[in-house]
Design a protein around this ligand. Structure first.
Ligand SMILES: C[S@@+](CC[C@H](N)C(=O)[O-])C[C@H]1O[C@@H](n2cnc3c(N)ncnc32)[C@H](O)[C@@H]1O
Length: 193
């Protein structure tokens, strides 16, 4: 998995790297009822487009990615933009090793979680839960099951509801891609059991 991801970044611009901040994140940050800026953590930040966007809108931002080439590009992008972003190389399912203590008011995940192997997903959820400020949001974009030619990738609202103890799934909005995709919003509601 990591090798495949590294190949994408080594071979040039990966297909997902649009350089455009999605309107769903813009709405949360700038739209009616926008969140008050606080501390944010992006999981699977790629080359850092959205981490830079958040920093430019007053957020204190940390961002993590598994692939060091992506991390280097994200650091360069932040430096070029004059944006104060802490870009960390590491595994979103092992945040204790990454050095991202939080607490975070906002987590953002643009198609990282849906590609994480199922056996690592509880660790991902636990890492966010431990670092969530009261009322924290998680905005996640994910491909649905069956979007890719494998037997395990993808995410559903039911899965997130079951896995994220102490969070409420407050919104599921289908994406506009030709394969099933979704925007999920979760909010930290209580201490996990
Ligand atoms: C489909 S790409 C999306 C990148 C970025 N969010 C974007 O939209 O441009 C998924 C990203 O998640 C990263 N990733 C995958 N598994 C990860 C993990 N366990 N921890 C941290 N990053 C991970 C990959 O290296 C890749 O950059």
């Amino acid at each position: 998995m990591r090798r495949t991801l590294e190949d994408f970044y080594r071979d040039g611009e990966p297909p997902w790297d649009s350089g455009i901040t999605p309107p769903e994140l813009v709405a949360l940050v700038e739209g009616p009822g926008a969140l008050r800026p606080g501390q944010a953590l992006e999981l699977g930040c790629g080359t850092g487009t959205n981490a830079v966007y958040l920093a430019r809108h007053g957020w204190r931002v940390s961002a993590v990615d598994l692939v060091d080439r992506a991390v280097r590009q994200a650091r360069e992008k932040a430096a070029a933009a004059g944006a104060d972003v802490t870009v960390l190389c590491g595994d979103a399912t092992r945040l204790d090793e990454v050095g991202a203590p939080g607490p975070y008011d906002l987590f953002f995940d643009l198609s990282c979680y849906c590609g994480i192997p199922p056996h690592r997903r509880d660790a991902y959820a636990a890492g966010l839960t431990e670092r969530a400020a009261p009322g924290a949001r998680l905005l996640m974009f994910g491909y649905g099951p069956g979007a890719f030619d494998d037997s395990w990738s993808g995410v559903t609202g039911d899965e997130l509801s079951a896995r994220f103890s102490g969070w409420q799934l407050t919104d599921v909005t289908p994406g506009t891609n030709p394969v099933p995709t979704f925007w999920f919003t979760l909010q930290r509601t209580a201490d996990a059991a």
